[in-house]
Design a protein around this ligand. Structure first.
Ligand code: NI
Length: 257
């Protein structure tokens, strides 16, 4: 069954039908979902969902666009949340230079602090990196992130950058963008990356695959991404599902339980 490694069912876009939608997942072949925090508030909501549903786990972290809300007490607050039995990663954390705010120095500071938290708490990281490849790689190297491990989610860079991430032991998270008509770069990354390092993700409610591009995304659309991966790799959809499931369980430490 399918493992969605990155979702935001805490998002208000799901307020109208969250329960109904999540109630359909298991029957539709969605076995496990990781709901990823992006601020203190959404992290708490992710943990609530993880407590409510057996098949949902949570990631605890603050997205680079939200780090202006953090202060010196925040790491201890996040540490407390990360010790919840349903927390499987620190994320999403990283750098996003698409928008001018918050300033890069502040983003870098909290990226490093949250990487350090992951190291101390022995959890993998979920990295968000947009228009910031060089600084992301530099921080991952400086912080010896290969000892922490995790995923570069919604990967948007070249295959050369992907190779650098793979060298540090990271997984590459791929979702709906792979199905877009202008996804040549992503197709190249998919071709170049060994299957045992690929994670399947939605990032829902964002980034719905074709033919639903622009609509609200959910894990129910993952078969469209699976199909595209299968075509590119020349393997069956079932193989894509079982390999990415195994990768996800390994990365999130669920095979140890
Ligand atoms: Ni996300």
């Amino acid at each position: 069954m399918i493992f969605d490694t990155h979702a935001h069912y805490d998002d208000e876009q799901f307020d109208i039908d969250r329960e109904e939608l999540l109630g359909k997942m298991q029957e539709a072949g969605i076995e496990t979902i990781v709901d990823v925090g992006a601020s203190i508030e959404t992290t708490k909501k992710a943990l609530e969902l993880a407590h409510r549903y057996d098949f949902i786990y949570a990631a605890v972290g603050v997205h680079p666009s939200e780090v202006a809300e953090l202060d010196d007490d925040s790491i201890e607050l996040l540490r407390g949340l990360s010790r919840d039995e349903n927390c499987v990663a620190i994320g999403e954390i990283g750098l996003d230079y698409h928008w001018p705010e918050p300033e890069p120095e502040l983003q870098k500071l909290w990226f490093k602090r949250q990487l350090n938290l992951a190291r101390q708490e022995n959890l993998p990281v979920i990295i968000h990196s947009r228009d910031a490849a060089a600084d992301t790689l530099e921080i991952l190297r400086d912080e010896r992130a290969e000892e922490i491990g995790g995923v570069v989610h919604c990967f948007s860079y070249s295959k050369e950058v992907a190779r650098e991430c793979l060298k540090m032991g990271f997984y590459i998270g791929i979702g709906g963008v792979l199905t877009f008509k202008n996804a040549r770069k992503m197709v190249e990354v998919m071709e170049d990356t060994p299957m045992d390092r690929i994670l399947l993700e939605t990032d829902c409610p964002y980034l719905a695959p074709e033919p639903f591009r622009g609509k609200r995304n959910s894990s129910l659309y993952l078969p469209y991404v699976v199909q595209k991966m299968a075509e590119i790799k020349g393997i069956s959809a079932d193989e894509v599902i079982s390999i990415t499931r195994e990768n996800a369980r390994t990365m999130y430490g669920l095979n140890k339980q």
